[in-house]
Design a protein around this ligand. Sequence first.
Ligand code: NAD
Length: 368
Amino acid sequence: MKKRIVLLPGDGIGKEVMNSAKEVLTAIAEEYNHSFSFETHEIGGAAIDQYGTPLPETTVDACKQADAVLLGAVGGPKWDNNPSHLRPERGLLGIRKALDLYANLRPIKGFKNLLPASPLKEEVVSGSDLLIVRELTGGIYFGSPSERRENGQVVVDTLSYTRQEIERIIDKAFQAAQGRRGRLTSVDKANVLESSKMWREIVEEKKAQYPDVAVEHLLVDAAAMKLITNPSHFDVIVTENMFGDILSDEASVLTGSLGMLPSASLNEAGVGLYEPVHGSAPDIAGKGIANPTAMILSAALMLRYSFGLEDEAKIIEDAVQSVLDAGYHTADLRIAGGFQVGTAEMTKLIVDYIRTVSASKCIASCYF
Ligand code: NAD
């Protein structure tokens, strides 16, 4: 398979973890006979320094022509006092908008060795493996009017969705559930909000198209509680923009390891932007100790969702699991009796696993 991948390392540890993802993808391309070309562009603070804008036109054009985009992270104290149009985050919001990324997917999986770092009891969080599908371009964050009235004594925000906006995210979630354990939880506030009533109706209508997926509805308040009391109940959760914003941050702390969490944002053409959930971590940038795993797992999501390369995605995920099982971890993680390594060594361990396992698979399939 031939694919063109745009890399946007951004700022801080973004550059370091992007190098790791590129090494892993290069190994995958070599072992599985794919041709991946990489083109690097600037975004965020690095783009402000070089081009005077957080999102240069050249970056947008390259992303629009790419098969997929990998993003590191943006931001840092150097740009914190810039005027709002010259803030690194503007680059991030701008590229999401330019690519019309309406579906945000965040898988959250508890790795056994890391569970002691969870704020929840180990027996509660153990076995958790869920995916949050969040609508990203509609709802109350984008509704109009959003304003203050009557000398600032009245304030209005607008929650609006079109049927088409709801249908496409619900379809995406059903399809994701089909590729996982076949269970979908739709989260809404249908006892109060008209938009949620329509959301629930559409989920009910769509059920017939996906008979292999079991569906339940949960009110957002109940869902927030259940994420804490019984996270392993969930397979795929689908919800609108603001509920998804809150629930995905709640869920991201369950596993106790920010450096492990990848995300995908997709548009209707299947072109996606893949990035770790964490930021640019200026406090550790340049020290060679950043955890590259979230970025590497984001590359795995790219292989799965944009290129349909499930085996290749799975071997990366297995590699991460295996390296952690062997007790290796970066400085942000704790594994009792484990071995602390830096970014480069963690990356090498993951690449070595991929090369060894794919070579042994080839020997097995070639000779037996
Ligand atoms: P952060 O995620 O960068 O860091 C929070 C803490 O987690 C820090 O102590 C950091 O050292 C640690 N950490 C994060 N990722 C790590 C990794 N891969 N390996 C090891 N440790 C890791 O969040 P923050 O400190 O609130 O923000 C720092 C900068 O990042 C800010 O400028 C913020 O605006 C930006 N930010 C960017 C994004 C993004 O690009 N998507 C997201 C969040 C924050």
